[in-house]
Design a binder for this molecule. Structure first.
Ligand SMILES: [Fe+2]
Ligand SMILES: [Fe+2]
Length: 271
């Protein structure tokens, strides 16, 4: 992969105000928790049901599938956070990214333990792997921070809330509540850093970001509407909800881009 270009201030420059990003470094250190803090052994890993063996098996497969997707997402998040750490030119941002690499690693550790307790891995989402590849291969730091922290880290939060609501009294619920907080920090830090990166960025960078969005959004829609076999039986019921959530995510992305001062008139939404 080519080294990410960075068009703005040179390494070590004190021209830019990175106090906002640095504050998230301190916040992230205070918010850190450990996998052993989860209620392992006190609560069931995933929801438990009563009913026929077939019903129980189907339910367990459904939850294994939910956990597998989140494990996959956090494994990819470790790679992205590590890349952001290695290419960010500002030392305040580098310090912040050490915490994000730690967070995403800890999330992966927790999901690995949970999937083991829930009966093992299920099917991976092929579109999620492709989305991560596109983000890792993006040319500039500005594109990567936008995709990873401004867009993905924000849209995952309502999903964790949804999973937590339907898995009360489980380790899964506890984990989702923690991840809502961590990913709120990841998103906030990304917004703060992207603002600094885009300061004085011209039309060319705006065009690059819009082009990246237009390449990525059709794939993102496929990911959002993809259903693994274990969840096909609820797929038809959920299709409308999936499309509504996808539209919300897209609108949110556009709103966030505008709030960063970007011109989004050329963005083509797939839905
Ligand atoms: Fe994570
Ligand atoms: Fe995250």
């Amino acid at each position: 992969m080519e080294a990410a270009q960075h068009s703005e201030a040179p390494e070590g420059s004190s021209e830019r105000d990175l106090q906002g990003v640095y504050r998230y470094y301190e916040l992230a250190k205070r918010a850190e928790w450990q996998v052993r803090d989860l209620p392992w052994g006190d609560l069931p890993p995933i929801p438990e049901y009563k009913g026929s063996p077939q019903k129980l098996a189907r339910r367990r497969d459904l939850w294994r599938s939910v956990v597998t997707q989140q494990l996959q997402a956090d494994e990819l998040a470790v790679e992205m956070a590590a890349q952001l750490f290695s290419i960010a030119p500002d030392h305040e941002a580098k310090l912040y990214y050490t915490t994000m690499v730690q967070d995403e690693s800890r999330h992966t550790e927790a999901w690995l333990k949970l999937i083991h307790e829930a009966g093992g891995m299920a099917e991976r989402d092929p579109y999620l792997d492709q989305l991560a590849r596109m983000t890792l291969d993006a040319d500039t730091l500005e594109e990567k921070v936008f995709l990873m922290q401004v867009f993905y880290e924000r849209l995952i939060i309502p999903r964790f809330r949804m999973i937590a609501r339907s898995s009360r009294g489980t380790v899964l619920e506890d984990l989702c509540n923690r991840l809502t907080i961590d990913d709120g920090i990841h998103h906030g830090a990304g917004m703060a850093y992207e603002r600094v990166l885009l300061e004085g960025a011209g039309k060319a960078m705006n065009g690059k970001l819009v082009a990246a969005a237009n390449r990525l959004l059709p794939l993102f829609a496929q990911h959002a509407l993809w259903r693994p076999k274990a969840r096909e039986f609820i797929g038809a019921l959920m299709r409308e909800t999936d499309i509504r959530m996808l539209k919300d995510d897209l609108e949110n992305g556009v709103r966030l881009a505008k709030s960063l001062g970007l011109d989004v008139s050329e963005v083509q939404l797939p839905y």
